[in-house]
Design a protein around this ligand. Structure first.
Ligand code: ATP
Length: 542
């Protein structure tokens, strides 16, 4: 029975389609749907379908028993779709599974009256399942607002080529159960999603969903950042369903929502999409020299970008399976220095397999940053426009913004914390000069489904978690260390150092080693980055 403290919104006596002979007392409260047999029965005990597990509810004219629901039948029904957790027998892991419960109503003498009751229950359930509060006095009139239409990008060639299948098998059903309209775009070439996103009428869409690996997500983020109205466009909610080989962001979103990342990740990501709230997410802006040798990122993109355009110009590496997004500043607007700016939705990381990682890193600690942030306005803050959009996000519980600079729509993304790459770092930065086997700048939790790189990170904590391992660790110790990454155990290792920073610079002294940004491999080169706190929006669960 519902707890006496719970507010009972609706009650009825219905049959449950799987247990037809028994009449159940059904009680609806904000916690969920309770049903228990009216006639004493040892066979059935009270059940609760939790509102937090419900994705949708539909009135069903024909249920599993069509004969009972034909036109001469007075029985109407509503079906509740829920995905509660269940423990796997052998592994003990909690995973969601689909649970469909149909309630049949024959309380009134006509089908129409019973149908009306069904519709009332459906409206209240659909509202509560979306966290829309319903007062007892409103149950007769409540109508949940229609769900925003989603534009879904699927990369058919990502990962093992199963993203489209994943979409059809895992995503479509749940979207339909939740009554969420969507349009599917199967990408035809690298850059397709970016081209579309750049020209979309964004107000037509409740959000953009990417069923793919990290590469297509960066493309979409890139498309948003390349728009003249980028500062509002980047507030478009983005949802992810893992379908590629690198699914760091989808895993991070699942993890922050308390959903599994390593089993049925697509199902759990879809559950998040359906139950989502719009939440803020940090991005990180990475600057690299424009003409670094041999790097695939300076590529082709030059030919497709105008050096004189004021909007942030976004580069996408179309030549590899890893797409990388970057926003290039007009060099003339930035003194003599030429540099590339990359908007990273994941993390910059030195190749963790390499024992020849960059030799030196400069980083700015939080204390240093606070001094910077306290500087008077223009130089030490982030764009006002970035924070202005926050009032539009009704569902998000967004903490107060800390710093924003003067950036007009159409201008390049400001990197107000970063000195020119060719100049020394300011004196209030902390410099660590050493030999490193690994240096990672992480700002989301996961590097992949089995790599919990920065367990302490949050989607919008406004910091980059700089992690490094200095030389002196043996290969065996390093190997053992990597084995602890899946559960985040490496944070306790004496070899691993973590520093939360707002900005950093990495200066390799040698030409050997690897640098990776969002899975994109670069030759060793100086690079620096700063966090753009809460600039983007994701579909998540708090
Ligand atoms: N139809 C397509 N054909 C070829 N490439 C495409 C297509 N659609 C998108 N791409 C590109 O494929 C790249 C890789 O996509 P994605 O990251 O989603 O898959 P992935 O298998 O996880 O790759 P990675 O492991 O590199 O992240 C992206 O850079 C994207 O631009």
């Amino acid at each position: 029975m519902a707890n006496w403290r719970e507010e009972v919104l609706l009650e009825g006596e219905f049959r449950v389609s799987s247990k037809k002979r028994v009449l159940f007392k059904v009680t609806l409260t904000p916690v969920g749907l309770y049903y228990s047999p009216i006639t004493s029965s040892n066979q059935y005990e009270e059940k609760l379908v939790r509102m937090s597990d419900i994705v949708g509810c539909q009135c069903t004219e024909s249920s599993s028993t069509p004969s009972k629901l034909q036109s001469d039948s007075i029985v109407a029904a509503f079906t509740v779709f829920a995905y509660p957790f269940r423990k796997k027998v052998f592994t003990g892991k909690r995973i969601r599974h689909r649970q469909v419960t149909t309630f049949e109503i024959s309380t009134c003498k006509s089908f129409e009256e019973n149908w009306k009751i069904c519709r009332k229950w459906r409206s209240v359930i659909c509202s509560l399942a979306r966290d829309i509060p319903v007062r007892p006095e409103d149950v007769d009139t409540c109508t949940p607002p229609p769900r925003g239409r989603l534009l879904v990008f699927v990369n058919p060639s990502s990962g093992s080529g199963r993203a489209l299948q994943t979409f059809k098998n895992e995503v479509v059903n749940m979207l339909e159960e939740a009554n969420i309209p969507f349009k599917l775009v199967v990408t035809e070439y690298a850059g397709h999603a970016q081209d579309m996103v750049q020209n979309l009428e964004l107000s037509d869409w409740g959000g953009l969903v990417i069923v793919s690996g990290d590469g297509l997500i960066f493309e979409v983020i890139n498309g948003l950042m390349k728009r003249v109205d980028w500062s509002s466009a980047i507030k478009t909610p983005v949802g992810c369903v893992p379908g590629g080989s690198g699914n760091a962001l989808a895993c991070s979103i699942n993890y922050s929502a308390g959903e599994p990342v390593d089993v049925d990740a697509a199902l759990h990501s879809t559950f998040i999409l359906v139950k989502h709230r719009v939440l803020p997410m940090d991005l990180v802006l990475i600057q690299t020299p424009t003409h670094h040798s041999g790097s695939s990122c300076s590529l082709s993109a030059d030919s497709s970008t105008s050096r004189h355009s004021t909007p942030p110009v976004v580069l996408t590496n179309v030549n590899t399976s890893n797409s990388v997004s970057s926003a290039k500043q007009d060099p003339q607007s930035n003194g003599d220095e030429e540099k590339e700016e990359w908007i990273s939705t994941s993390m910059g990381a030195a190749d963790s397999n390499s024992l020849k990682a960059p030799d030196s890193t400069h980083f700015q600690n939080l204390e240093g940053q606070q001094q910077l942030a306290h500087q008077s306005e223009p130089e030490g803050s982030f764009p006002k426009e970035m924070s202005e959009g926050f009032s539009e996000v009704q569902e998000a519980d967004i903490e107060e913004e800390t710093f924003y600079a003067k950036k007009k729509a159409g201008q390049a993304v400001p990197a107000t914390l970063l000195p020119p790459l060719v100049e020394p770092v300011p004196e209030n930065w902390v410099v660590v000069e050493d030999k490193f086997v690994l240096a990672c700048a992480l700002y989301q939790t996961h590097l992949g489904s089995e790599m919990l790189g920065a367990p302490a990170a949050h989607m919008a904590d406004g910091v980059i978690h700089l992690m490094f391992v200095r030389e002196g660790i043996t290969r065996n110790q390093l190997f053992s260390l990597f084995l602890t990454f899946s559960e985040g155990g490496h944070v306790d290792s004496p070899y691993v150092e973590f520093v939360p920073v707002l900005a950093f610079r990495l200066e390799p002294y040698e030409t050997s080693g690897n640098i990776m940004i969002d899975g994109e491999r670069l030759d060793p080169m100086p690079l620096q980055g700063q966090v753009l706190p809460s600039i983007a929006r994701i579909m998540g669960i708090k």
